[in-house]
Ligand binder design. Structure first.
Ligand SMILES: [Zn+2]
Length: 293
C-alpha cells in the first residue's frame, strides 16, 4: 500500500556482488557469469509484466525436493544454485551483496503490504520457492513485516490479473494515491467500549473492475481487516477515548485542531493508512451526529 522506488542498482552488479567473494574454482561463480544475460532477460520480462499487472504470466515451478539440485532454471543455474545465491550470498551478513542490496532495500520503517508491522523481513514478492528465477532480482524483493511475510503472504501466488497483491514498485499510482479503504463508525459516547468500527474496501467508481478486485484481493488475503481493526481498537482505548471525552468541553473547531488535524494532515499517514482513515471518519461522524456540543 506504500509506493516504493526500486533500488537503483544494475542487475549485473548484483550478480557480481553475489559471486565476488567466491573462490575462483567455485563452479557457481562460472555458472553465474554465464547466466547473466538470461537473468537480465528475465528481469526485463518481470518488469514488463509487473507494469501491466501480468505477473501471473511468469513461469511457475513446482519442484520436488529430490529434483532441487538438477533442475536447471536459468542458463546454467539450478534451483539449488539460485537458492544458495540468495541465502548464502545476498542475504547473509558480511557478504558484499548483503550490504549493497539487502540492507539498502530494507531501509524503510513499516511493511509495504500492511503499513502496520515493522519491516523486518526481506520478502520475495513472487515467492522464491515457486519463482526461483527471481530469487536475487532486486525488484522482486520488498521489505515486509514478519506477519505478512511468514504467515499470510507466503502462500499467495498470482492467479490472474486481479487475483494478486498490489506491487509496491510497479502497480498503478491509483492504489497509492486514491482512497480505497474505508471505515464505518458507530460511537457509544457513554460506553466507548461498545463503539463499533468496520474497515472495508470501496475503491472509487472510476476504477476498472480488475483494479477493484485486486484491491479487494490484497485486503482479504493479507488479513488487513483484522489488522486494521486491532489497531483501531487500541486507538479507541487510548487517544480516541480522550478525544471523545473532551468533545463537550471544546468548540468543534478547537477539537478538530487538537485531535483530528494533526493526524489527517500528517504526511507520514498515507491516504490508505488506517489512522488517517479512522480520524477522517471520526471527524465526519462527529460533525454529523449528536456527539457534537
Ligand atoms: Zn505487513
Amino acid at each position: 500500500m506504500k509506493k516504493l522506488e526500486v533500488l537503483d542498482v544494475d542487475y549485473n552488479e548484483v550478480i557480481e556482488l553475489c559471486y565476488q567473494k567466491m573462490k575462483d574454482d567455485n563452479p557457481l561463480r562460472d555458472k553465474c557469469e554465464q547466466s547473466k544475460e538470461l537473468l537480465n532477460d528475465l528481469k526485463k520480462s518481470y518488469e514488463n509484466r509487473a507494469h501491466l499487472g501480468d505477473l501471473h504470466k511468469c513461469v511457475l515451478y513446482e519442484i520436488k525436493k529430490e529434483d532441487e539440485d538438477e533442475k536447471i532454471i536459468v542458463g546454467q543455474l539450478s534451483y539449488s544454485d539460485l537458492k544458495k545465491l540468495y541465502e548464502q550470498y545476498l542475504s547473509k551478513e558480511g557478504q558484499p551483496a548483503r550490504n549493497e542490496v539487502y540492507d539498502k532495500i530494507m531501509r524503510v520503517e513499516t511493511c509495504v503490504f500492511c503499513d502496520i508491522g515493522l519491516a523486518k523481513d526481506l520478502d520475495h514478492f513472487l515467492p522464491k520457492s515457486k519463482y526461483p528465477q527471481f530469487s536475487i532480482l532486486p525488484c522482486n524483493l520488498v521489505p515486509s513485516c514478519v506477519d505478512c511475510n511468514r504467515t499470510e503472504k507466503r502462500v499467495i501466488i498470482p492467479r490472474d490479473k486481479s487475483k494478486q497483491l498490489i506491487h509496491p514498485y510497479f502497480d498503478k499510482s491509483i492504489f497509492f494515491e486514491e482512497q480505497w479503504i474505508r471505515v464505518s463508525l458507530s460511537i457509544d459516547k457513554v460506553q466507548l467500549d461498545n463503539s463499533f468500527f468496520d474497515f472495508y474496501v470501496e475503491p472509487p467508481i472510476s476504477w476498472n473492475s480488475y483494479d477493484k478486485e485486486k484491491a479487494k484481493f490484497h485486503f482479504i488475503n493479507l488479513g488487513l481487516k483484522e489488522k486494521l481493526e486491532a489497531n483501531a481498537s487500541n486507538e479507541f482505548s487510548s487517544a480516541i477515548r480522550q478525544a471523545v471525552g473532551l468533545l463537550d468541553a471544546l468548540t468543534l473547531e478547537k477539537w478538530n485542531d487538537l485531535y483530528i488535524s494533526p493526524v489527517i494532515n500528517n504526511p507520514e499517514y498515507y491516504i490508505n493508512h488506517w489512522r488517517r482513515i479512522l480520524y477522517s471518519e471520526l471527524k465526519h461522524y462527529v460533525q454529523n451526529s449528536n456527539l457534537t456540543v
